[in-house]
Design a protein around this ligand. Structure first.
Ligand SMILES: *Cc1c(COP(=O)(O)O)cnc(C)c1O
Length: 379
Protein backbone atom coordinates (compact mmCIF):
# COMPACT_ATOMS: atom_id res chain seq x y z
CA UNK A 1 0.00 0.00 0.00
CA UNK A 2 2.67 2.46 1.04
CA UNK A 3 4.86 1.54 -1.91
CA UNK A 4 2.07 2.05 -4.44
CA UNK A 5 1.22 5.42 -2.90
CA UNK A 6 4.83 6.50 -3.24
CA UNK A 7 5.12 5.46 -6.86
CA UNK A 8 1.75 6.82 -7.95
CA UNK A 9 2.39 10.47 -7.09
CA UNK A 10 1.94 12.18 -10.44
CA UNK A 11 3.41 15.32 -11.87
CA UNK A 12 0.40 17.62 -11.60
CA UNK A 13 -0.75 17.35 -15.21
CA UNK A 14 -4.30 16.69 -14.01
CA UNK A 15 -4.38 20.09 -12.30
CA UNK A 16 -3.15 22.06 -15.33
CA UNK A 17 -6.63 23.48 -15.99
CA UNK A 18 -7.36 24.13 -12.33
CA UNK A 19 -7.18 27.67 -11.00
CA UNK A 20 -5.84 28.00 -7.49
CA UNK A 21 -5.54 30.89 -5.08
CA UNK A 22 -2.62 32.83 -6.61
CA UNK A 23 -1.50 34.23 -3.24
CA UNK A 24 -1.22 30.75 -1.75
CA UNK A 25 0.40 29.27 -4.86
CA UNK A 26 3.10 31.98 -4.74
CA UNK A 27 3.98 31.54 -1.04
CA UNK A 28 7.59 30.99 -0.02
CA UNK A 29 7.96 27.70 1.89
CA UNK A 30 7.95 27.84 5.69
CA UNK A 31 11.45 26.85 6.78
CA UNK A 32 10.56 24.21 9.37
CA UNK A 33 14.08 22.77 9.28
CA UNK A 34 15.33 19.27 8.62
CA UNK A 35 13.42 16.20 9.82
CA UNK A 36 15.00 14.14 12.56
CA UNK A 37 15.24 11.06 10.33
CA UNK A 38 17.02 12.98 7.59
CA UNK A 39 19.40 14.61 10.03
CA UNK A 40 20.21 11.20 11.52
CA UNK A 41 20.83 9.73 8.08
CA UNK A 42 23.00 12.63 6.92
CA UNK A 43 25.07 12.87 10.07
CA UNK A 44 25.39 9.20 11.01
CA UNK A 45 24.52 10.24 14.59
CA UNK A 46 21.50 8.86 16.45
CA UNK A 47 21.95 11.08 19.49
CA UNK A 48 21.41 14.44 17.89
CA UNK A 49 21.58 17.73 19.76
CA UNK A 50 18.32 19.25 18.53
CA UNK A 51 18.94 22.98 18.71
CA UNK A 52 16.87 24.15 15.72
CA UNK A 53 13.30 24.63 16.93
CA UNK A 54 13.40 26.41 20.31
CA UNK A 55 11.85 23.42 22.06
CA UNK A 56 12.22 22.99 25.81
CA UNK A 57 15.12 20.59 26.57
CA UNK A 58 13.61 19.96 30.02
CA UNK A 59 10.49 18.46 28.46
CA UNK A 60 7.28 19.40 30.29
CA UNK A 61 5.84 19.32 33.79
CA UNK A 62 5.20 15.80 35.18
CA UNK A 63 1.71 17.13 36.03
CA UNK A 64 1.04 17.35 32.28
CA UNK A 65 2.00 13.70 31.74
CA UNK A 66 -0.17 12.68 34.70
CA UNK A 67 -3.15 14.61 33.31
CA UNK A 68 -2.72 12.97 29.90
CA UNK A 69 -2.61 9.50 31.52
CA UNK A 70 -5.73 10.21 33.61
CA UNK A 71 -9.23 9.35 32.40
CA UNK A 72 -9.91 13.01 31.65
CA UNK A 73 -9.10 12.70 27.96
CA UNK A 74 -11.62 10.85 25.77
CA UNK A 75 -10.21 10.46 22.23
CA UNK A 76 -13.61 9.46 20.84
CA UNK A 77 -15.25 12.77 21.87
CA UNK A 78 -15.02 16.09 20.05
CA UNK A 79 -13.27 18.46 22.41
CA UNK A 80 -14.83 21.71 23.62
CA UNK A 81 -14.56 24.05 20.59
CA UNK A 82 -14.52 27.08 22.93
CA UNK A 83 -11.74 25.69 25.20
CA UNK A 84 -13.84 26.91 28.14
CA UNK A 85 -11.83 25.44 31.02
CA UNK A 86 -8.52 26.65 29.58
CA UNK A 87 -9.84 30.12 28.78
CA UNK A 88 -11.21 30.46 32.31
CA UNK A 89 -7.89 29.37 33.81
CA UNK A 90 -6.04 31.84 31.59
CA UNK A 91 -8.51 34.65 32.35
CA UNK A 92 -7.99 34.16 36.08
CA UNK A 93 -4.20 34.05 35.67
CA UNK A 94 -3.98 37.09 33.39
CA UNK A 95 -6.73 39.20 34.94
CA UNK A 96 -8.66 39.56 31.68
CA UNK A 97 -12.21 38.68 30.60
CA UNK A 98 -12.31 35.08 29.28
CA UNK A 99 -14.31 36.34 26.30
CA UNK A 100 -11.36 38.28 24.87
CA UNK A 101 -9.22 35.11 24.77
CA UNK A 102 -9.18 32.83 21.70
CA UNK A 103 -7.25 29.55 21.93
CA UNK A 104 -5.48 28.21 18.87
CA UNK A 105 -3.83 25.06 17.55
CA UNK A 106 -0.58 26.74 18.49
CA UNK A 107 -0.25 30.51 18.32
CA UNK A 108 0.61 29.87 14.66
CA UNK A 109 -3.07 29.20 14.04
CA UNK A 110 -3.89 32.54 15.65
CA UNK A 111 -1.48 34.30 13.25
CA UNK A 112 -3.33 32.59 10.39
CA UNK A 113 -6.74 33.46 11.87
CA UNK A 114 -5.78 37.12 12.35
CA UNK A 115 -4.59 37.28 8.74
CA UNK A 116 -7.70 35.55 7.43
CA UNK A 117 -10.06 37.56 9.64
CA UNK A 118 -8.57 41.03 9.28
CA UNK A 119 -6.63 41.22 6.01
CA UNK A 120 -7.85 41.47 2.41
CA UNK A 121 -5.97 41.56 -0.90
CA UNK A 122 -3.90 44.71 -1.18
CA UNK A 123 -3.86 45.47 2.57
CA UNK A 124 -0.57 46.63 4.09
CA UNK A 125 1.29 44.79 6.86
CA UNK A 126 4.39 45.86 8.77
CA UNK A 127 6.84 43.47 10.42
CA UNK A 128 10.60 43.23 10.92
CA UNK A 129 13.47 41.39 9.26
CA UNK A 130 14.90 38.95 10.27
CA UNK A 131 11.35 37.78 10.79
CA UNK A 132 9.32 34.94 12.23
CA UNK A 133 8.30 33.32 8.94
CA UNK A 134 4.56 33.20 9.57
CA UNK A 135 4.35 36.94 10.29
CA UNK A 136 5.08 37.30 6.58
CA UNK A 137 3.64 34.10 5.08
CA UNK A 138 0.12 34.37 6.53
CA UNK A 139 -0.39 37.99 5.40
CA UNK A 140 0.94 37.06 1.93
CA UNK A 141 -1.57 34.19 1.81
CA UNK A 142 -4.32 36.78 2.32
CA UNK A 143 -2.95 38.86 -0.57
CA UNK A 144 -1.50 41.58 1.67
CA UNK A 145 1.82 43.27 1.00
CA UNK A 146 4.40 43.09 3.76
CA UNK A 147 6.93 45.79 4.63
CA UNK A 148 9.83 44.41 6.67
CA UNK A 149 11.85 46.86 8.81
CA UNK A 150 15.47 45.65 9.20
CA UNK A 151 17.16 45.32 12.58
CA UNK A 152 19.83 47.86 13.54
CA UNK A 153 23.58 47.25 13.20
CA UNK A 154 23.59 46.23 16.88
CA UNK A 155 20.82 43.65 16.33
CA UNK A 156 18.09 45.72 17.96
CA UNK A 157 14.67 47.06 17.00
CA UNK A 158 15.01 50.11 14.72
CA UNK A 159 12.50 52.24 16.62
CA UNK A 160 12.49 55.34 14.39
CA UNK A 161 12.04 53.19 11.27
CA UNK A 162 9.28 51.16 12.94
CA UNK A 163 7.52 54.31 14.12
CA UNK A 164 7.63 55.72 10.59
CA UNK A 165 6.26 52.49 9.09
CA UNK A 166 3.50 52.18 11.69
CA UNK A 167 2.51 55.85 11.36
CA UNK A 168 1.55 55.23 7.72
CA UNK A 169 -1.39 53.21 9.03
CA UNK A 170 -0.90 49.58 7.89
CA UNK A 171 -3.87 47.31 8.56
CA UNK A 172 -1.80 44.97 10.78
CA UNK A 173 1.57 45.19 12.55
CA UNK A 174 3.18 41.88 13.55
CA UNK A 175 6.04 42.15 16.04
CA UNK A 176 7.50 39.46 18.26
CA UNK A 177 8.99 40.64 21.53
CA UNK A 178 11.15 38.95 22.69
CA UNK A 179 12.10 38.83 19.03
CA UNK A 180 12.42 35.52 17.16
CA UNK A 181 14.98 34.99 15.59
CA UNK A 182 17.08 37.84 16.97
CA UNK A 183 16.53 37.75 20.74
CA UNK A 184 16.03 41.23 22.26
CA UNK A 185 12.75 42.48 23.74
CA UNK A 186 11.15 45.93 23.61
CA UNK A 187 11.50 47.74 26.92
CA UNK A 188 8.51 49.58 28.33
CA UNK A 189 9.28 52.99 26.87
CA UNK A 190 10.02 51.51 23.43
CA UNK A 191 6.76 49.59 23.48
CA UNK A 192 4.88 52.71 24.57
CA UNK A 193 6.50 54.72 21.76
CA UNK A 194 5.32 52.21 19.17
CA UNK A 195 1.82 52.07 20.66
CA UNK A 196 1.61 55.86 20.53
CA UNK A 197 2.27 55.69 16.79
CA UNK A 198 -0.55 53.23 16.07
CA UNK A 199 -3.46 54.89 14.28
CA UNK A 200 -7.13 53.94 14.32
CA UNK A 201 -7.59 51.28 11.66
CA UNK A 202 -4.38 49.41 12.57
CA UNK A 203 -4.33 46.15 14.54
CA UNK A 204 -1.15 45.87 16.64
CA UNK A 205 -0.16 42.21 17.13
CA UNK A 206 2.46 41.61 19.81
CA UNK A 207 3.68 38.01 19.66
CA UNK A 208 5.05 37.11 23.10
CA UNK A 209 5.96 33.46 22.40
CA UNK A 210 9.08 33.89 24.59
CA UNK A 211 7.49 36.09 27.27
CA UNK A 212 8.34 33.68 30.11
CA UNK A 213 12.09 33.86 29.33
CA UNK A 214 12.31 37.66 29.50
CA UNK A 215 13.77 39.57 32.47
CA UNK A 216 11.24 40.62 35.10
CA UNK A 217 12.20 44.24 34.32
CA UNK A 218 10.70 43.93 30.84
CA UNK A 219 7.07 44.83 30.23
CA UNK A 220 4.12 42.47 30.18
CA UNK A 221 2.48 43.32 26.86
CA UNK A 222 -1.00 42.61 28.18
CA UNK A 223 -0.47 45.08 31.04
CA UNK A 224 0.92 47.81 28.80
CA UNK A 225 -1.68 47.40 26.04
CA UNK A 226 -4.70 47.05 28.34
CA UNK A 227 -5.20 50.80 28.77
CA UNK A 228 -3.67 51.92 25.49
CA UNK A 229 -6.93 52.52 23.63
CA UNK A 230 -5.60 50.86 20.45
CA UNK A 231 -6.82 47.67 18.76
CA UNK A 232 -4.41 44.88 19.72
CA UNK A 233 -3.80 41.17 20.06
CA UNK A 234 -1.16 39.67 22.37
CA UNK A 235 -0.11 36.13 21.39
CA UNK A 236 1.27 33.61 23.87
CA UNK A 237 2.01 29.90 23.60
CA UNK A 238 2.46 26.70 25.60
CA UNK A 239 5.04 25.51 23.07
CA UNK A 240 8.16 27.13 24.46
CA UNK A 241 8.62 27.61 28.24
CA UNK A 242 5.81 25.16 29.12
CA UNK A 243 7.26 22.52 26.78
CA UNK A 244 4.08 21.51 24.91
CA UNK A 245 5.21 22.18 21.32
CA UNK A 246 3.95 18.81 20.09
CA UNK A 247 0.46 19.26 21.52
CA UNK A 248 -0.18 22.62 19.77
CA UNK A 249 -1.74 25.18 22.12
CA UNK A 250 -1.36 28.95 21.95
CA UNK A 251 -3.75 31.83 22.48
CA UNK A 252 -4.70 35.36 21.56
CA UNK A 253 -5.62 38.01 24.16
CA UNK A 254 -7.61 40.66 22.29
CA UNK A 255 -8.35 44.31 23.04
CA UNK A 256 -12.10 43.79 22.69
CA UNK A 257 -14.89 41.34 22.04
CA UNK A 258 -15.28 42.19 18.36
CA UNK A 259 -11.67 41.35 17.50
CA UNK A 260 -11.95 38.12 19.51
CA UNK A 261 -15.15 37.27 17.62
CA UNK A 262 -13.54 37.80 14.21
CA UNK A 263 -10.48 35.73 15.11
CA UNK A 264 -12.66 32.95 16.55
CA UNK A 265 -14.72 32.97 13.33
CA UNK A 266 -11.57 32.63 11.24
CA UNK A 267 -10.23 29.54 13.04
CA UNK A 268 -11.47 25.99 12.45
CA UNK A 269 -14.21 24.98 14.92
CA UNK A 270 -12.56 22.03 16.71
CA UNK A 271 -9.07 23.46 16.43
CA UNK A 272 -7.60 22.46 19.81
CA UNK A 273 -7.77 18.75 20.63
CA UNK A 274 -8.85 17.40 24.01
CA UNK A 275 -5.40 16.19 25.08
CA UNK A 276 -3.96 19.63 24.37
CA UNK A 277 -6.68 21.42 26.37
CA UNK A 278 -6.20 19.13 29.36
CA UNK A 279 -2.42 19.41 29.18
CA UNK A 280 -2.44 23.20 28.95
CA UNK A 281 -4.60 23.55 32.07
CA UNK A 282 -2.24 21.19 33.94
CA UNK A 283 0.81 23.08 32.69
CA UNK A 284 -0.65 26.41 33.80
CA UNK A 285 -1.27 25.01 37.28
CA UNK A 286 2.38 23.95 37.63
CA UNK A 287 3.91 27.40 37.30
CA UNK A 288 6.78 26.31 39.59
CA UNK A 289 8.02 23.71 37.07
CA UNK A 290 7.99 26.28 34.25
CA UNK A 291 9.85 28.87 36.32
CA UNK A 292 12.54 26.40 37.38
CA UNK A 293 13.04 25.34 33.75
CA UNK A 294 13.26 28.98 32.60
CA UNK A 295 15.88 29.69 35.29
CA UNK A 296 18.03 26.73 34.15
CA UNK A 297 17.81 27.76 30.50
CA UNK A 298 18.54 31.43 31.13
CA UNK A 299 21.68 30.45 33.11
CA UNK A 300 22.79 28.14 30.30
CA UNK A 301 22.02 30.79 27.67
CA UNK A 302 24.29 33.30 29.35
CA UNK A 303 27.02 30.68 29.73
CA UNK A 304 26.80 29.74 26.02
CA UNK A 305 26.78 33.41 24.98
CA UNK A 306 29.98 33.97 26.96
CA UNK A 307 31.65 30.90 25.39
CA UNK A 308 30.66 32.12 21.91
CA UNK A 309 31.98 35.60 22.63
CA UNK A 310 35.28 34.07 23.78
CA UNK A 311 35.71 32.62 20.27
CA UNK A 312 34.75 35.91 18.63
CA UNK A 313 31.12 35.06 17.91
CA UNK A 314 29.03 37.82 19.48
CA UNK A 315 25.38 36.83 19.76
CA UNK A 316 22.60 39.40 19.74
CA UNK A 317 21.33 40.21 23.25
CA UNK A 318 18.78 37.51 24.05
CA UNK A 319 15.66 37.46 26.23
CA UNK A 320 14.74 34.03 24.87
CA UNK A 321 15.83 30.38 24.85
CA UNK A 322 18.05 30.83 21.79
CA UNK A 323 21.05 32.81 20.51
CA UNK A 324 21.38 34.47 17.09
CA UNK A 325 24.84 35.27 15.79
CA UNK A 326 26.75 36.19 12.66
CA UNK A 327 29.13 33.42 11.60
CA UNK A 328 30.86 35.68 9.08
CA UNK A 329 30.32 33.16 6.26
CA UNK A 330 27.42 31.27 4.70
CA UNK A 331 25.69 29.89 7.77
CA UNK A 332 24.34 26.93 5.76
CA UNK A 333 27.95 25.70 5.52
CA UNK A 334 28.46 26.16 9.23
CA UNK A 335 25.21 24.29 9.90
CA UNK A 336 26.29 21.45 7.58
CA UNK A 337 29.55 21.10 9.50
CA UNK A 338 27.68 21.15 12.83
CA UNK A 339 25.40 18.41 11.51
CA UNK A 340 28.42 16.20 10.88
CA UNK A 341 29.00 16.45 14.64
CA UNK A 342 25.36 15.56 15.32
CA UNK A 343 24.07 19.07 16.02
CA UNK A 344 21.02 20.61 14.31
CA UNK A 345 20.70 24.41 14.29
CA UNK A 346 18.87 26.89 12.05
CA UNK A 347 20.98 28.72 9.47
CA UNK A 348 19.06 31.89 8.56
CA UNK A 349 17.93 32.12 4.93
CA UNK A 350 16.35 35.59 4.61
CA UNK A 351 18.18 37.93 2.23
CA UNK A 352 20.77 39.99 4.06
CA UNK A 353 21.04 37.56 6.98
CA UNK A 354 22.36 34.38 5.39
CA UNK A 355 25.55 34.48 7.46
CA UNK A 356 23.51 34.38 10.69
CA UNK A 357 22.61 31.27 12.60
CA UNK A 358 20.08 30.60 15.37
CA UNK A 359 20.88 28.02 18.03
CA UNK A 360 18.38 26.93 20.69
CA UNK A 361 19.69 26.51 24.22
CA UNK A 362 19.55 22.80 24.99
CA UNK A 363 20.73 20.59 27.83
CA UNK A 364 24.21 21.55 29.08
CA UNK A 365 25.81 18.54 27.32
CA UNK A 366 24.18 19.52 24.01
CA UNK A 367 25.36 23.11 24.40
CA UNK A 368 28.87 21.81 25.10
CA UNK A 369 28.76 19.87 21.83
CA UNK A 370 27.68 23.02 19.98
CA UNK A 371 30.51 25.05 21.44
CA UNK A 372 33.15 22.37 20.82
CA UNK A 373 32.05 21.92 17.19
CA UNK A 374 31.99 25.66 16.52
CA UNK A 375 35.41 26.03 18.12
CA UNK A 376 36.81 23.51 15.60
CA UNK A 377 35.34 25.55 12.76
CA UNK A 378 36.56 28.90 14.04
CA UNK A 379 40.08 27.64 14.79
C1 LIG B 1 7.52 29.39 18.24
C2 LIG B 1 6.82 30.65 17.86
C3 LIG B 1 5.44 30.70 17.64
C4 LIG B 1 4.64 29.46 17.40
O1 LIG B 1 4.22 28.87 18.49
P1 LIG B 1 3.14 27.72 18.44
O2 LIG B 1 2.29 28.12 19.60
O3 LIG B 1 3.90 26.48 18.61
O4 LIG B 1 2.37 27.75 17.16
C5 LIG B 1 4.82 31.90 17.40
N1 LIG B 1 5.53 33.02 17.33
C6 LIG B 1 6.85 33.03 17.50
C7 LIG B 1 7.58 34.32 17.40
C8 LIG B 1 7.54 31.84 17.76
O5 LIG B 1 8.85 31.84 17.86
Amino acid sequence: MTASLETKANSGAASAALRVNPYVAALPPYNAGMSLARAQALSGHDDLARLASNENPDGCSPAVLAALASGGFEPWRYADPACTALREALAARLGVDANVIVVGNGSEEMIAAISRGVLVAGAQVVTVVPSFGLHEIEPLAAGASVLKVPMTATAGFDLPALEAAIAVGPRVVFLSSPWNPVGPALNKSALQRLIATVRPGTLFVLDEAYFEYADASLPDGIEVLRNSGIAYVVLRTFSKAYGLAGLRVGYAVCSDLEIARVIASAKTPFNVNGAAQLAAVAALEDEAWMKASVARIVTERDRVAADLAAMGLHAAPSQTNFLFFDTGRDSAEVAAALLQDGIIVKPWREAGYTTWLRATIGKPADNDRLIASLRKQVA
